[in-house]
Design a binder for this molecule. Sequence first.
Ligand code: VGL
Length: 199
Amino acid sequence: MTDPEFGAPAGKRALIVVDVQNDFCEGGSLAVAGGAQAASDISAYLAGKPEYDLVVATRDAHIDPGAHFSDTPDFIDSWPRHCVVGTPGQDFHPGLTFRDFDGVFDKGNYEAAYSGFEGSNAEGRGLDEYLAESGVTDVDVCGIATDYCVRATAQDAAMLGYVTTVLTDLTAAVAPDRLDAAWDALADSGVALGTSSEA
Ligand code: VGL
């Protein structure tokens, strides 16, 4: 389709739902306070049929990610074992009732992988390749954790040239006391901070 005003193709919008998995929610091995709430809020948001051309999800999918796992984690660079492929912790949280994703991008088999752009779908295609080929120019990002995988995914999206907004009310943070630094880093990267009611 051609935009009548600018003569350029009209860009598509995608929602990226980051790592809404059991291990990142209450009861999981790396539980983030508010994770289950984020899962149900994202589901309610999607049930309202927001106008996205595509809705994709990312998942942590660890097999042997080396020093990303530790028995004495610092919760900055090392973490308790989480989202191990083949365990229930790696599954989407049941509060995420929306499952009609256009693609699910798994990341981190053998390394730490915070950004969804390190992931690939069942056909082995990377998230950037998939979005670009689909004509996506704008992305909204939500999910877990605000200060790690949501942040890294949104920063990569902006760096790759997508017009990027984090839906702040649809996220949950590992370290809520350090959230201001995460918001500042996102804003410095050119990421807009918005909410689901404005999207
Ligand atoms: C995440 C810590 C470790 C995340 C993943 O999904 O934000 N956080 N691995």
